[in-house]
Design a binder for this molecule. Structure first.
Ligand SMILES: [Ca+2]
Length: 131
């Protein structure tokens, strides 16, 4: 009984209340603290039939040099409507280095189902951001 309660609390904290996915995997919103801060959310791409939805770190650095740093320590991703990407059924890859990638052809029944729209933000040294 106690085990079940503890498990439920752990489960709720660890999974259900988590709106985001991160790289590094163990990162949380609270991990970006001290001299580090989260950037604004970036949604540079809408899902389309030819590709999917990709938010590329390099691309974001080029588009928003004043709102993005050159060496982020973590990346966080959500859907554009603030949901956890793992709830969409899409298959995606996320890494600080490359960004977030959801490709249509990896989605079951992709001919009728596009990737969901995603957004990302990064954890940067505060002094490397101008906002
Ligand atoms: Ca997007």
């Amino acid at each position: 009984m106690i085990f079940a309660v503890l498990f439920t609390i752990f489960f709720l904290n660890g999974v259900l209340s988590q709106q985001s996915v991160f790289d590094p995997y163990s990162y949380t919103q609270a991990s970006c603290t001290g001299s580090y801060q989260w950037t604004m959310w970036f949604d540079t791409n809408d899902p389309d039939m030819s590709q999917g939805d990709v938010e590329i770190t390099n691309h974001i650095q080029q588009l928003f040099p004043t709102f993005m740093c050159t060496t982020p320590t973590a990346i966080e991703a959500q859907t554009s409507f603030d949901a956890n990407p793992t709830t969409t059924g899409d298959i995606f890859r996320i890494s600080v280095k490359d960004g977030f990638l959801c490709l249509n052809q990896r989605v079951t029944g992709y001919k009728t189902k596009l990737c969901t729209d995603y957004k990302v933000r990064y954890c940067c040294l505060s002094t490397s951001l101008q906002n």
